[in-house]
Design a protein around this ligand. Structure first.
Ligand code: NAD
Ligand code: DAU
Length: 358
């Protein structure tokens, strides 16, 4: 049994779906179901005894203590976080609450549980913390990609809160010996991505005939990784990562934002042409830049490849095509996110036994 937190969000849900498809080991999935948590994403697991969903907060120590005592997981994988940079600029408090205080409380609960385990289970236990490349700050055009040795220079409230959580995880290893692993990944994309982030926003806005808002000059660079590749990297680090180490995860796919938007437009022109025959890129609109916008991120993933033999399976070309095709084939999921109907999914689709544990 493993405990996954934030497993109703974009990456966490992809991780849970892949885990259950590839393993017999059950998952307890603890998620607060903020606006970003969507149980409709996990609809295919309805009635599956390998998935136990619990609605709750990683900062609710009594709940987390109870779940740990009841299910005795051999590992905790922590995805739970506030994840959107723009939201962190408008309202940073939730980011401090969940990413900093929540991670602290989760670490304390896990430490209490882990300390009391019998020796063999204690040494096999793992706490894997899922983090981001944004903790390293911004690169210039010519800087080498981030390695695990780069110093932390977070620039947004989001990245500062993630950096703080990484430091707590590190300290809980150094001070208490908690068996932790940390992954720092670049920008993910793929199925079930909430349409507030660049790629899904561009797809859904394009199809709805709306503007495609590109911040500033559109020349900020991100390093894109297909979400399933991030999930396989986490599985590999959980399986074979060295305790206390951090691993950068990335796909060697640096692209300026405007190129991403043009690629999405071109794929839509091919797969779902506009009724008027005009190209989707006509909808691109340059808008005011994000304050403090980091110019470039790039991940050097050689450590993960050399030490643990991980490599991404998708190129950007294959991954982005799959992603656009997924959004075209899953218009109901998109509609329910946009209308807010996904928030009722828990009442509609989950019976009391799956929700109840909370
Ligand atoms: P997301 O916003 O889609 O999902 C976050 C999930 O966490 C949601 O289901 C939400 O309900 C849940 N959650 C929030 N606060 C909680 C709390 N207090 N207790 C329990 N659950 C809570 O985020 P994502 O994009 O899936 O990111 C997952 C993790 O990966 C985050 O830690 C993020 O920092 C990290 N990350 C994301 C990316 C990316 O490109 N999306 C890249 C690198 C790292
Ligand atoms: O690098 C990893 C990070 O990637 C994760 O830690 C974050 O959780 C995740 O949200 C993502 O952060 P970004 O800020 O890079 O992602 P976002 O999709 O918000 O923006 C990607 C780029 O596109 C960024 O340079 C801002 C720009 N952008 C974004 C939006 C939403 C636009 O130009 N227009 C937009 O409408």
């Amino acid at each position: 049994m493993i405990l996954v937190t934030g497993g109703a969000g974009f990456i966490g849900a992809n991780f849970v779906l892949d885990w259950i498809a590839n393993s017999d080991e059950p998952v307890v999935n603890l998620d607060k179901l903020t606006y970003a948590g969507n149980l409709e994403t996990l609809a295919s697991l309805k009635g599956n005894p390998k998935h136990i969903f619990v609605q709750g907060d990683i900062g609710d120590s009594a709940l987390v203590d109870r779940l740990l005592a009841e299910h005795k997981p051999r590992a905790v994988v922590n995805f739970a976080a506030e994840s959107h940079v723009d939201r962190s600029i408008h309202g940073p408090e939730d980011f401090v609450q969940t990413n900093v205080l929540g991670t602290f409380r989760l670490l304390e609960s896990v430490r209490g549980f882990w300390s009391a385990l019998p020796a063999e289970q204690k040494s096999a236990f793992r706490f894997l913390h899922v983090s981001t490349d944004e903790v390293y700050g911004s690169l210039s055009k010519t800087d080498p990609a981030f390695t695990e040795e780069n110093k932390y220079e977070p620039n947004s409230p989001y990245s500062a809160s993630k950096a703080a959580s990484d430091h707590l995880v590190r300290a809980w290893h150094h001070t208490y010996g908690l068996p932790v692993l940390t992954t720092n990944c670049s920008n993910n994309y793929g199925p079930f991505h909430f349409p507030e982030k660049l790629i899904p926003l561009m797809i859904v806005n394009a199809l709805a005939g709306k503007n495609l808002p590109v911040y500033g000059d559109g020349m900020q660079v991100r390093d894109w990784l297909y979400v399933k590749d991030h999930c396989s990297a986490i599985r590999r680090v959980l399986e074979a990562g060295k305790l206390g180490e951090t691993y950068n995860v990335g796909g060697w796919n640096e692209k300026p934002n405007i190129e991403i938007v043009n690629t999405v437009c071109a794929l839509l022109d091919e797969l779902r042409p506009r009724n008027d025959g005009k190209p989707y890129k006509e909808q691109i609109t340059y808008v005011t830049d994000r304050p403090g916008h980091d110019r470039r991120y790039a991940i050097d993933a050689r450590k993960l490849e050399a030490e643990l033999g991980w490599k991404p399976a998708e190129t950007f070309d294959t991954g982005i095509r799959k992603t656009v095709e997924w959004y075209l084939a899953n218009s109901e999921w998109v509609r329910n996110v946009q209308s807010g109907a996904y928030r009722e999914w828990v009442e509609k689709q989950y019976d009391n036994s799956t929700k109840a544990a909370a």
